[in-house]
Design a protein around this ligand. Structure first.
Ligand SMILES: NC(=O)c1ccc[n+]([C@@H]2O[C@H](COP(=O)([O-])OP(=O)(O)OC[C@H]3O[C@@H](n4cnc5c(N)ncnc54)[C@H](OP(=O)(O)O)[C@@H]3O)[C@@H](O)[C@H]2O)c1
Length: 295
């Protein structure tokens, strides 16, 4: 068990920067004042990490929400991650997308910038452009998302530095153990997306029983499992009460037997909740791979 985790706990990244262990995911947070308000509310409650993407079409509302918050953390305290989707348009599309992200988020640098998935081609070209922007300070940390082991190895074989974060789907029902083991060996931090399995397993009796045992909610059990594993954890909600519920996971710890049992139980019923580009076999990162969207 990791002792003394708190909402302000940060994980040290391979490049010397650090990232909050807990934050707000923004996939399917609508491009409206609902998202502006939830980002503002989250900031006021103490959330400091916000994960968005070109694809989510809510970078503007994320930036507006950070501006609208009644509390004003310094820029250094706020941590913003965003992503380019897709690499199909190569360096040119990436550079345009990146400038748009800065504008919409109303910042002059991005803390962590991701390639959204290892498909679409031109991955190395975009990765190299991200590394260039890192040198200028416009990107603080370079990450990838949905990269399987073979994709990370491919970066090594291409002579590139490894990313400092890999954002992958991760919860007991889809623990992606091979990728987690590999990333741990290579000192790549893991950001767990869909940590609530998109709320699809909250009625499961096994999770409900753990919730009763710890006097917590099923969502809190899953989120605690994630942070206690050391995963950067980014549940999405557009509901203020659930925003509070999700952050209330720092006053208890799951016993190690329960950590293991939950994992083993989830694995028996294995199910991912969306796309899975980690298995994309186009390891040559050719120009035109099949393009999926998140589900
Ligand atoms: N890189 C990628 O390919 C990728 C893919 C998927 C996700 N992500 C990132 O990871 C973040 C989280 O993943 P996700 O949005 O897919 O799924 P998630 O966080 O596992 O689940 C979100 C769902 O759970 C509901 N919910 C949230 N808190 C709840 C609670 N306490 N009790 C009951 N229901 C609750 C939300 O509804 P309400 O909003 O109504 O509360 C929403 O429907 C995304 O927002 C995004 O930032 C990245």
């Amino acid at each position: 068990m990791r002792a003394a985790l708190s909402l302000t706990s940060r994980i040290k990244l391979n490049d010397g920067n650090s990232i909050p262990i807990f934050g707000l995911g923004l996939y399917r947070a609508e491009a409206s004042t609902v998202t502006t308000n939830i980002v503002a509310k989250a900031t006021e409650l103490g959330y400091r990490l916000f994960d968005t993407a070109e694809l989510y079409k809510n970078e503007q509302q994320t930036g507006d929400g950070l501006k609208a918050a009644q509390v004003k953390p310094s820029r250094e305290e706020i941590f913003i991650s965003t992503k380019v989707f897709t690499t199909e348009g190569g360096r040119h599309h990436f550079l345009q997308t990146f400038e748009q992200s800065l504008k919409k988020l109303q910042v002059d640098y991005i803390d962590l910038y991701f390639i959204h998935s290892p498909q679409g081609g031109h991955v190395l070209e975009v990765y190299d452009a991200m590394l260039e922007l890192q040198k200028t300070g416009k990107i603080k940390s370079v990450g990838v998302s949905n990269f399987g082991v073979k994709h990370l190895e491919w970066l090594i074989n291409a002579g590139r530095p490894l990313p400092v974060v890999n954002q992958i789907e991760l919860h007991p029902w889809w623990p992606n153990e091979d990728i987690v083991d590999y990333c741990r060996k290579k000192n790549i931090a893991i950001m767990a997306y869909s940590p609530l399995a998109k709320a699809r397993v909250l009625n499961d009796t096994f999770v409900q029983n753990l919730a009763k045992k710890y006097h917590k909610t099923p969502a809190q059990i899953l989120l605690r499992w994630s942070i206690q594993n050391g995963f950067i954890t980014i549940p999405k909600t557009s509901n203020t009460e659930r925003l509070k519920e999700n952050m209330d996971i720092f006053d208890f710890a799951l016993e190690s037997d329960d950590m293991k049992a939950l994992l083993e139980y989830g694995k028996m019923h294995a199910a991912n909740t969306g796309w899975d580009p980690t298995t994309n076999s186009e390891v040559k990162f050719g120009p035109m791979d099949r393009i999926h969207t998140e589900m």
